[in-house]
Design a protein around this ligand. Structure first.
Ligand code: ZN
Ligand code: ZN
Length: 323
């Protein structure tokens, strides 16, 4: 490798050096990296600069320091490297290069057609509205259902205004089919998985991957949570909730058994959270009801609803008629 000949291979201004450059290049190529993917990159750069380093020698604080230095530069470009842990039991530490200003669907517009973006929005609506009701917080959408959303019939009201001065001015409803083809939808879903936005489970459910959770954090709440409206007296609707332990969004985890209670915890956060409470005597910190550990958020909530003997159609129009 031919790194900037003549430049001193040491600390540049503010400690920014070739390791940081190489690190940033890796992020520009991949966008999402796990801690185990970062370590060998670090080790290779150090070794290339005369400090033979093994992957196993790289520590998490070293990585965190490097990211800190990088972020101070990236902020000028409205970019930031964020990290989060996977919501699954492995708790893998994941880093992603995140755009801090424009909303994610606007960013996607540089690589996707408007029709593809509209399809992705319908898939997100299916995750966070259709499959996320007070009784069933699945927050994931099955592949078949996602593909049904490729093409949708849209009703358009067009104003009929032939007789300006008559009362009969009315609206005509036109129905048109909009969207993308099934193969196009399949490709978008495949790309979203390989780019680290979506995860696909064995049972063919799509859900948000760590990259999306990092990047969509505030957007999801803006779009899917409705604040209470004092004037109309409407109560707040909270579809996206944070973990009581780590304060990150929960789309896979546990919920309080009390349907009216908003406390959620990641599976692995329960251990830390209830430390000090004897297991079997775990109580919800808000409503004090016993914490069951068997009320779930995520794909497991599908089975959970059935287990309660209330049937699959527990809440409104959640199920596909054609299955
Ligand atoms: Zn948590
Ligand atoms: Zn509770």
């Amino acid at each position: 490798m031919d790194y900037e000949n003549g430049e001193v291979d040491g600390e540049g201004e503010a400690g920014y050096n070739n390791s940081h450059r190489a690190f940033l290049q890796a992020f520009l190529a991949r966008s999402v990296l796990t801690v185990d993917e970062i370590k060998p990159i670090f080790a290779a750069v150090q070794t290339a600069h005369g400090r033979p380093t093994l992957t196993g020698d790289i520590t998490e604080p070293e990585i965190t320091n490097a990211i800190h230095t990088l972020n101070s530069r990236l902020s000028l470009l409205d970019l930031e490297i964020r990290s989060t842990r996977s919501q699954h039991q492995d708790r893998t530490l994941v880093f992603a290069l995140v755009n801090t200003t424009s909303d994610p669907l606007t960013q996607a517009a540089t690589t996707r057609t408007p029709e593809e973006i509209a399809f992705v929005k319908r898939v997100l609506d299916a995750m966070f509205e259709e499959n996320n009701t007070p009784n069933r917080e699945v927050m994931a959408v099955q592949r078949n259902r996602a593909l049904q959303l490729a093409r949708v019939r849209e009703q358009r009201q067009s104003h009929v205004n032939e007789h300006d001065d008559e009362e009969e001015n009315g609206t005509a409803t036109q129905t048109q089919t909009i969207g993308i083809t099934i193969p196009q939808a399949e490709k978008v879903l495949r790309d979203f998985v390989s780019e680290g936005w979506f995860e696909k489970s064995r049972a063919q459910y799509y859900s948000l991957a760590p990259r999306a959770l990092m990047e969509l954090r505030s957007w999801l709440k803006e779009v899917y949570n409705d604040p209470a409206d004092d004037e109309s007296g409407e109560e707040a609707v909270v579809r996206i909730r944070d973990c009581e332990g780590c304060r990150e969004i929960v789309t896979v985890g546990q919920r309080c058994g009390n349907r009216g209670c908003g406390v959620r915890l990641h599976e692995h956060c329960t251990q830390l959270f209830f430390r000090g409470q004897r297991s079997g005597e775990r109580k919800c910190p808000k409503c004090k009801q016993e914490w069951t550990g068997s009320d779930f958020v995520g794909e497991k909530a599908v089975a959970g609803a059935g287990r309660r003997g209330t049937g699959r159609v527990e809440s409104e129009e959640v199920d596909d008629e054609d299955e």
